[in-house]
Design a binder for this molecule. Structure first.
Ligand SMILES: Cc1cc2nc3c(=O)[nH]c(=O)nc-3n(C[C@H](O)[C@H](O)[C@H](O)COP(=O)(O)O)c2cc1C
Length: 176
């Protein structure tokens, strides 16, 4: 076993995992509500499937049960403050569009509200739900996509969450 030393801090996975995250700080919408979601990933190319980890206590979870749909809105770093607002208030109590100034975009193939300020948006239909500890893994198929015109992957600066209320973005990417 490795001993604690000057380079590595070892120990409780739960504490370190919550402080050292490197995840997209997206907005997930369902119905007319939206929340910040960092625990999400694409998990299949064909069909295009996404996974989002949702606590049952979220208002968004209730909306997912009602509609069977979500939209994943990847947000640019300049709106990280609004993402944070949507990740610290519940749609049960506040109208997050009114409070943040983010604006709605009409969905095409689903019913979940979309966010005009996003970089890319996936309209999704839920295909499976799996229990995972204190969260539910919602697996959803992207059935329609919206992408801002003229955006070059080299210039995109997405909002990423590093934990404990900190947000960051990517540098100019390396290409191999
Ligand atoms: C950056 C960030 C990422 C978050 N990621 C998740 C997540 O992946 N899953 C989750 O259940 N909650 C996550 N949350 C917490 C919810 O966004 C938060 O509880 C929100 O207020 C729920 O809103 P709602 O009740 O309107 O659905 C995150 C919060 C922040 C600030």
């Amino acid at each position: 076993m490795n001993a604690e030393d000057e380079i590595w801090e070892t120990g409780d996975a739960k504490a370190i995992a919550m402080e050292m995250q490197f995840m997209p700080a997206a907005l997930v919408s369902s119905g007319d509500n939206m929340m910040a979601a960092a625990w999400l990933s694409q998990v299949s190319a064909s069909p295009p499937l996404f996974m989002i980890s949702l606590r049952k206590s979220r208002h968004t979870y209730d909306k997912v049960q009602e509609t069977g749909e979500i939209a994943i809105n990847l947000m640019p770093i300049e709106h990280a403050d609004k993402v944070h607002y949507c990740g610290t208030r519940s749609g049960k109590k506040v109208d997050k569009f009114a409070e943040t100034g983010l604006t709605r975009r009409e969905p095409v193939k689903t019913s979940s509200v979309l966010i005009e300020q996003a970089i890319v948006i996936y309209e999704c239909k839920v295909v499976n739900e799996v229990e995972a500890g204190d969260h539910q893994l919602i697996i959803a198929e992207a059935v329609y996509t919206h992408r801002k015109k003229g955006i070059d992957i080299v210039d995109v600066r997405p909002a990423l969450y590093t934990g404990s209320g900190y947000y960051t973005t990517v540098m100019r990417p390396y290409k191999f």
